[in-house]
Design a protein around this ligand. Structure first.
Ligand code: PLP
Ligand code: TYF
Length: 398
């Protein structure tokens, strides 16, 4: 039955984790996968999460099924965090939200919904984007198109080229995927004026924006990071938002995310949401409970919320602090290349501009693990390894 099947290579990021793990060099550094780490290279459980789990252990009294959208009380939790508590969209009823297994689950449900109900719609993603975007939408049968985004010359954003391609090639009803903040893999974000321009464009051309918010809180702040997406939500008729709680609550393996749909009326939103429910039922029936229960426990308790906000700020400040240190130490190391752009990037990742050859040399000769694309996960840098990292980059880049 299976004789004709040939093994496929898995996600190269996951292979990188294994290669790093098996490397005996005590100086090894893992800048691969996008998981937050503290200065000891450990991915901690947040104190606010531990406290919420203790409460749940005490109070949880049933493991019966939830519903296809998860716990009903989680709907406002998603909306308040993503859109901001006073957002008039929430009271309008034009938005409906459900809990999903991670941001990935939200994207998969969105892809199935688009494939089955928005016939002929193509999905536009940035060049480059998170590798799984292509896989998820392809597997749902949605054609994926690419718009220019990263400028290798300047290590910046090709916004004019992005607009020129979209203006020339989009068709009415196409879906435009935008990263809310902390763009994966480049770390280069759309600025507020870009969101304004894109909002006009979406309206003019009848597009459906799909915002992927996987790193809210890791850039400039919980509200700041979503400012552009919130502006768009306030000014368009229809929109999808896939958000992840994996990173900002550090609950990666609990698989907790949200899918929100905004429509032009409450009735339309309710109808579309019921169809999204069908897609959920056919995929995984209902999401796991624990992660959402933790998030809900934290965000419905003012003290825990305050503690969590401090913890998110700590993660954010550590990463932004590392960006500053990296830029300063690389400059001091005498490296010929100007790396100051690292400071302007935001979130977990930096497209370093290192070539494939340089990345391979750093891996084989220095035990420094960076993705082939040159994407570095900044949280893997620490006070202990930053000098070795910068010296090694200087040696390899020259
Ligand atoms: N979208 C982007 C851009 C991501 O980087 C990730 C990270 O893994 C996700 C979505 C999915 O996150 P989750 O682990 O919650 O499925
Ligand atoms: O891009 C990253 O590193 C994160 C984590 O198959 C991730 O989004 C990477 C690969 C993968 C699942 C999660």
């Amino acid at each position: 039955m299976f004789q004709h099947l040939k093994a496929v290579s898995g996600d190269p990021l996951l292979a990188l984790i294994i290669a790093h793990k098996n490397d005996p060099n005590p100086k090894k550094i893992d800048l691969g996968v996008g998981v937050y780490k503290d200065d000891n290279g450990h991915t901690p459980i947040l104190n606010s999460v531990k406290k919420a789990e203790a409460i749940l252990l005490e109070q949880e009294d049933s493991k019966s099924y939830l519903g296809i959208y998860g716990a009903a009380e989680f709907e406002p939790v998603i909306q308040n965090l993503v859109l901001g508590e006073d957002n008039p969209l929430i009271a309008s009823g034009r938005i409906r939200s459900g809990q999903t297994p991670g941001g990935t689950g939200a994207l998969k449900v969105a892809a199935d919904f688009i494939s089955a109900n928005l016939k002929g719609a193509r999905l536009w993603v940035s060049d480059p984007t998170w590798g799984n975007h292509q896989s998820i939408f392809n597997s749902a049968g949605v054609e994926v198109k690419v718009y220019p985004y990263y400028d290798a010359e300047t290590n910046g954003l090709r916004f004019d080229d992005m607009m020129a391609t979209l203006e020339a090639e989009v068709q009415e009803g196409d879906v435009l995927l935008l990263h809310a903040c902390c763009h994966n893999p480049t770390g280069i974000d759309l600025q507020f004026n870009h969101w304004e321009r894109l909002t006009e464009f979406v309206k003019e051309r009848g597009l459906l924006p799909l915002v992927d918010a996987a790193y809210q809180g890791f850039g400039d702040g919980l509200d700041e990071d979503l400012a552009g997406a919130r502006y768009m939500a306030a000014n368009v008729q229809d929109m999808l938002i896939a958000n992840s709680f994996s990173k900002n609550f550090g609950i990666y393996r609990e698989r907790c995310g949200g899918l929100s749909i905004i429509a032009s009326t409450a009735d339309e939103a309710n109808a579309a949401f019921s169809i999204i429910g069908q897609a959920i039922r056919a995929n995984y029936s209902m999401p796991p409970a624990h992660g959402a229960a933790v998030v809900h426990t934290i965000l419905s308790d003012p003290e825990l919320t305050a503690e969590w906000e401090v913890e998110v700020a700590e993660m954010r400040d550590r990463i932004n602090g590392l960006r500053e240190k990296l830029v300063a130490k690389l400059a001091k190391s005498g490296v010929s290349k100007d790396f100051s752009f690292i400071q302007d990037q935001r979130g977990m990742f930096s497209y370093s501009g290192l070539t494939l050859e340089q990345v391979r040399t750093l891996r084989s000769e220095y035990s420094i693990y960076i993705a082939d694309t040159g994407r570095m996960s900044i949280a893997g840098v620490s006070d202990d390894n930053i000098d070795y990292l910068c010296e090694s980059i200087a040696k390899v880049v020259g």
